[in-house]
Write a protein that binds this ligand. Structure first.
Ligand code: NOJ
Length: 757
């Protein structure tokens, strides 16, 4: 009964979106409609299948794999898309199979996880987000698109815009951090970078908003785990970035592995049909995540693969990545009248339309250009841009007594640590076609930056993992080898300053790489303490893909620079910052906990009924740790100092159709030119539904010469004050609002105003 009702609702949802006036049909709509009329049901279903190449896989191997069959299926028009086929030559050959053999010659679309670069590696997305600079983020995506498209790809499975509040979750490295507004702004920038202003250009690619939705909230940070969040959190925290990129014209969506409200996202009619394709009017197509259709049987939401196919197509998952459910069962389901063919038509149209927009019908090979591939991939120009982006992505966490920047004329430097000379880890995980060991190491970066007279004393000190990464996928950190300590201590004794590269292996974060312990592993902290005994001038260079719990380091190290995984040019970019060629301007977009026990920890939390000490134990706190993070959201230092003037507003009261202007002056009162991210938060202290203690609403990155000051102003409109009810209704409520403005989410000044009806 329920299923029949669903079918009626779904058909109505589709019919309402198909009710288009013939005269307003776009060129692509006309083309696609005509093509659709020529297609058999099997050919239509063919468009809904995405196969991985068998030579590179980013998920579990398909069952009963027969590689040879794949070629026949492609020739027959049964494969609409491939993932993990890369390179101008390979994509051309695969495309030829489809175009030259299938009855209608419909080209395939080739997708790949181009997450932070194709071969020229950019900093991991979490790092890029720390730039708080949409232009920087866009630039990185542009270069990635240029390289990927030259290698025959037309589609990236990025950006990931899952809000991440839990450092245990390995995929925080792939997102923008814990704030939905920042994730919206930066994800839109990424989409624009990938897609440009015209998808048919051969240097732009389709983007994919993922994972729809809730994946970032997997319980206890364990990847693929259950998600159990309120609809209030869904509407206010999870969905806003997805809505923002839809409005910005993202071409595709990927759904997510998790269940939400008991339904796998892949089968969510609410998310995919009512919201995305209904209310938000999304015109592109939705791709399942890898085998997420099949996995509905394991979730216990589908009896078998056939029912999984039925649930997924009904819910609006248009393309099946590696479940082989649609190819096996959709025809049968249509013949049994369980699936309305109109649903298939709708999915096919959406896919063909994106192929049309990409120019694939005009020239299916325009992306597979060997000459371009040779010229445009990993070029000097691209690496220079990667260096620039990496510089902007670093966050200065501590700098006591202005230890940094260092002079290039310094007589001696010890460069110590398991990550100091490593040429692979800075490439990060999700590294697409990065060449192994191709990153500029920190040591190399320092060597090229300093004067010929500077003596560099390098010593590794300890390993990062047992056997130092020989196991790669199964890293083990029970490392207790201290045999490298004496050499490292000697290097430190003989040097004016010590630069210590500590952190994580890049395979500790990323998909499937969650952790219960986010402290420095192995002998790293012991090494630090041993060095500190002989040389106090230690600058710690952190490389990691998630926030780390480093209270001891934070207390004892005079300087700490968070460099994340900086990509191909990591070492050069870090040296640019260490020696003052670039003044760090990044700010954290995810809170650093004091210990893993605080996770999930995020600045935009609710107030609770007992937020402050009551001189007894009955308030919301830990008995063994402060509530506050080690480093809060929005935090980051500069070599110069910025002085904030008094914030003023142009009115104490505004109506709902008016806006309010907030102004303050910002002065560079230090000795270096620099950039400061001025952050504006609001709080609605009394609302129908309890609101967070702070919410980021605006930010600006301001460049200032020493001694210079500028007026910084923000306009807040009534809609910026709104929020969603648990039912998804957008509310703008009158009453008092607090504006907090400052250098991070904790150090702020406050002004209040009232919104009146
Ligand atoms: C699974 C991941 O969740 C998704 O993000 C990725 O794009 C696909 N695998 C394809 O590799």
């Amino acid at each position: 009964m329920i299923k029949k009702l669903n079918l009626v609702i779904i058909s109505l949802l589709i019919l309402s979106s198909c009710n288009i006036d013939k005269n307003t049909l776009s060129k692509e709509d006309e083309f696609v409609s005509e093509l659709l009329e020529k297609m058999t049901l099997s050919e239509k279903i063919g468009q809904l299948n995405q196969h991985t190449s068998r030579w590179e896989m980013t998920g579990p191997a398909p069952k009963n794999d027969k590689s040879q069959d794949q070629l026949e299926l492609i020739k027959n028009g049964d494969v609409g898309s491939m993932l993990n086929v890369t390179g101008a030559d390979a994509t051309r050959k695969a495309q030829q199979l489809a175009v030259e053999n299938s009855r209608l010659g419909i080209p395939m679309i080739f997708g790949y996880d181009v997450i932070h670069g194709y071969q020229t590696m950019f900093p991991i997305p979490l790092a890029e987000a720390s730039s708080w600079d949409p232009e920087i983020v866009k630039l990185s995506a542009q270069v990635a698109a240029k390289e990927a498209s030259a290698a025959g790809l037309q589609w990236t499975f990025a950006p990931m815009m899952d809000v991440g509040r839990d450092a245990r979750w390995g995929r925080v490295m792939e997102g923008c951090g814990e704030d939905p507004y920042l994730a919206s702004v930066l994800s839109v920038a990424r989409v624009k970078g990938f897609q440009g202003d015209n998808l048919s250009k051969n240097n732009t690619i389709a983007a994919c908003a993922k994972h729809f939705a809730g994946y970032g909230f997997s319980e206890s940070g364990r990847d693929y785990n259950t998600v159990d969040i309120s609809t209030y959190t869904l509407h206010n925290i999870v969905l806003p970035p997805f809505k923002a990129v839809t409005e910005a014209g993202v071409s595709t969506f990927m759904n997510s592995f998790n269940i939400i409200n008991g339904t796998p996202a892949t089968a969510s009619i609410y998310l995919q049909r009512s919201l995305l394709k209904g209310l938000w009017n999304f015109e592109g197509f939705v791709l399942s995540d890898w085998a997420s259709i099949e996995e509905m049987t394991t979730h216990g939401a589908a009896e078998d693969l056939k029912e999984a196919a039925l649930l997924a197509i009904n819910a609006g998952s248009d393309m099946d990545m590696e479940s082989h459910a649609y190819s096996k069962y959709l025809k049968e389901l249509v013949e049994e009248e369980k699936v309305d063919e109109k649903l298939i038509d709708d999915a096919v149209k959406r896919i063909l339309k994106i192929k049309y927009k990409l120019g694939l019908f005009e020239d299916p090979y325009q992306y597979s250009n060997i000459e371009r591939e040779k010229k445009e991939i990993y070029s000097k120009e691209n690496r220079d841009i990667a260096r620039k982006v990496a510089r902007h992505s670093m966050v200065l966490l501590k700098n006591e007594k202005q230890l940094l920047p260092l002079s290039k004329q310094i007589k001696s430097i010890a460069v110590i640590g398991p990550l100091a000379a490593n040429k692979d880890i800075p490439l990060g995980s999700w590294r697409a076609k990065a060449i192994k060991n191709s990153a500029v190491s920190l040591l190399e970066g320092i060597q090229s930056a300093v004067s010929a007279k500077t003596k560099i004393n390098y010593s590794k000190g300890c390993n990062l993992t047992i056997g130092d990464r020989s196991f790669l996928q199964e890293l083990s950190f029970e490392e207790n080898d201290k045999s490298g300590f004496p050499d490292a201590i000697k290097a430190a004794q003989n040097s004016e300053v010590v630069i210590m590269a500590l952190g994580e292996d890049c395979w500790q974060s990323g998909e499937g790489r969650s952790q219960t312990d986010i402290r420095l592993k192995g002998q790293q902290l012991d090494l630090f303490n041993a060095i500190k005994k002989v040389n106090k001038n230690i600058i710690v260079v952190l490389m990691n893909g998630r926030p780390l719990a480093i209270p001891e380091l934070s207390e004892k190290a005079p300087a700490i620079l968070e460099t994340w995984f900086g990509g191909s040019e990591a070492g050069n970019a870090i040296a640019d910052v260490l020696f003052g060629d670039y003044n760090p301007s990044g700010k954290l977009t995810i809170s650093f906990p004091r210990s893993v026990g605080q996770c999930p920890i995020y600045y935009n939390h609710m107030n609770t009924g007992r937020p402050t000490s009551t001189n007894n134990v009955f308030w919301s706190h830990y008995t063994d740790s402060p509530n506050t993070p080690l480093y809060p959201f929005g935090y980051g230092l500069s070599y110069t100092s910025f002085t904030y003037g008094q914030a003023t507003i142009n009115s104490d009261e505004i109506k709902k159709n008016e806006s309010i202007q907030v102004k303050l002056s910002l002065a560079n009162t230090g000795n270096f030119k620099g950039e400061e991210v001025v952050q504006l938060y609001i709080q609605d202290p009394k609302a129908t539904y309890a609101r967070p203690v702070k919410e980021l609403k605006k930010f600006k990155k301001i460049k200032l010469e020493p001694g210079e000051s500028k007026e910084v102003s923000f306009i807040l409109e009534a809609k910026d004050l709104g929020y969603y009810s648990p039912e998804g209704e957008f509310l703008i409520e009158s009453g008092v609002y607090h504006i907090y403005i400052g250098e991070n989410s904790q150090e702020v000044q406050q002004v209040n105003f009232t919104l009146i009806d």
